[in-house]
Ligand binder design. Structure first.
Ligand SMILES: Nc1ncnc2c1ncn2[C@@H]1O[C@H](COP(=O)(O)OP(=O)(O)O)[C@@H](O)[C@H]1O
Ligand code: SF4
Ligand SMILES: [Mg+2]
Length: 451
């Protein structure tokens, strides 16, 4: 059996040049009438500049709470512990007022549902320019020009007209593009994308994910892509953290994780990725059972009640993070799949599973690389994108408009009284946004601007 290790070992030198985000033993619990809900139960992760991390897990596994906890956007009934270092500076103890200095310029978030994240009573242009000329001290003209360029860069046709429209006049895909433009406006170094395509139809989903990937490379941002679909992160992330019941149960470089899956939960997630070769009416395999109650989590491995390989030890002792054979690969399982420790181990089947995992990864990654190449050809730099990008009509302009507070910084909509979306931050340091526009990257992510 492999040796237990307390934390992920692949992190760069703490505070070193490559290190953007280091999270250590982060725990977020909510006080509720039912007791403490332990939504994030000790997460350790790190991210280098210009790299992408996929956080994958079923609904309720703690992905959004993790992302929001790192950004410091937690409601009043939350208790947060652990360390969060951004560019080597500890930020976990900062007040919301101090965190607002980070929102927009340092880190920003693209939310799942743009309709609730955008301010319905403010024109699109105002929602972008407000953070530019207030927080980056852009003149009105500079802010307008930058907003126009941002809308073009996210593939919005007729951007000058769109600047004067309200969110309800745009389609779901266009609204999400606007959200991305707002999140990018102040040139964040770290972008969270929390299930950014869940509310969109399938063809638009791929376009939005390609756009995020393109922008991440173009701007050399760190990106944390949160999703319930392991298929989404193949070919789009460098590293994956699989989350279950508030913990990372398996983590590793993306291809390694596909090819050498060790945790039974990851194995189940992999089996739920649709296969091209199956007829379209084939039923997808879903994971039997329900996630555990986060108020009274049973002892031992939290996946045991659903795990086909569970043994007595699993119900008694919680597995620590264990180092696998491949570099940077860790899991929390006493009887990892694909190893002789697993009760169902079969060397031949295991080799087949590795080949199948590699093939799945390569198939998905190749399809995405093709799409991304087309996207970069169409929208390199700030060039205008083709019309009808989303392949869907604009939303019905007769939708009702409800009242809400004002303010939108780094994609955080500031609704009065909304605990979950405090927003309205006022980052003051001027960011060389226009210089960033010249930065470009090659296909393998290397910068070509010489910096
Ligand atoms: N404000 C809150 N109060 C109490 N429980 C919460 C709150 N926000 C989230 N939770 C709980 O935390 C758990 C993780 O939620 P979440 O991070 O949103 O899951 P995911 O994004 O993976 O679907 C869930 O059980 C959810 O019900
Ligand atoms: S520790 Fe046991 S119950 Fe948990 S995932 Fe591994 S085999 Fe399954
Ligand atoms: Mg979520």
């Amino acid at each position: 059996m492999t040796a237990p290790v307390p934390t992920l070992d692949q992190r760069p030198e703490p505070g070193g040049a490559g290190c953007l985000l280091e999270v250590d033993d982060l725990r977020t619990s909510f006080r509720t009438d039912r007791g403490m809900v332990r939504a994030v139960a000790g997460v350790t992760l790190n991210l280098e500049r210009g790299k992408t991390l996929g956080i994958v897990g079923e609904s309720g596994s703690g992905k959004s709470v993790l992302a929001r906890s790192i950004m410091g956007i937690v409601p009043n009934n939350a208790e947060r512990e652990g360390s969060i270092r951004f560019e080597g500076t500890e930020i976990s103890g900062l007040s919301q007022a101090r965190m607002r200095e980070y929102w927009g310029q340092q880190m920003a978030m693209v939310f799942q549902d743009p309709m609730t994240a955008l301010n319905p009573v403010l024109k699109i242009g105002r929602q972008i320019t407000e953070s530019l000329h207030e927080h980056l001290e852009f003149s009105k003209e500079e802010a307008n020009q930058t907003a126009l360029a941002l809308l073009k860069s996210v593939g919005i046709p007729e951007p000058a007209r769109r600047l004067k429209e309200y969110p309800h006049q745009l389609s779901g895909g266009m609204r999400q593009r606007v959200m991305i433009a707002i999140a990018l406006a102040c040139g964040p170094k770290l972008l969270f994308a929390d299930e950014p395509t869940t509310a969109l139809d399938v063809t638009v989903q791929a376009q939005i994910l390609d756009l995020l990937q393109f922008q991440q490379r173009e701007r050399f941002m760190g990106m944390i892509l949160v999703t319930h679909d392991l298929g989404v992160v193949a070919g789009r992330t460098d590293h994956i953290g699989v989350m279950y019941a508030g913990r990372i149960v398996e983590t590793g470089p993306t291809r390694t994780l596909f090819a050498h899956v060790r945790h039974p939960y990851t194995e189940a997630l992999l089996q739920s990725i649709p296969k091209i070769e199956l007829p379209s009416h084939s039923r997808l395999q879903s994971i039997a059972g329900r996630p555990p109650n986060l108020v009274n989590t049973p002892p031992g491995c939290t996946f045991a009640p659903r795990c086909p390989y569970a043994q007595d030890r699993c119900r008694e002792e919680e597995p620590p993070l264990i180092e696998a054979e491949q570099p940077g690969h860790f899991h929390r399982c006493w009887f990892p799949v694909g190893t002789p420790a697993n009760p169902a181990y079969n060397a031949e089947a295991s080799a087949e599973a590795t080949a199948r995992g590699e093939a799945t990864f390569d198939r998905i990654a190749a399809a995405k690389a093709d799409a991304a190449r087309e996207d970069s050809t169409a929208s390199a730099g700030f060039a205008p994108a083709p019309t009808a990008v989303d392949g869907e009509a604009d939303a019905d302009a007769e939708s009702s408009v409800s009242a809400a507070g004002a303010g939108n910084v780094g994609g955080i909509h500031n609704r009065a009284g909304d605990d979950d979306a405090p927003g309205g931050g006022r980052p003051r340091r001027r960011q060389p946004l226009r210089a960033r526009r010249q930065t470009s990257t090659t296909d393998n992510g290397e910068r070509t601007d010489g910096r």
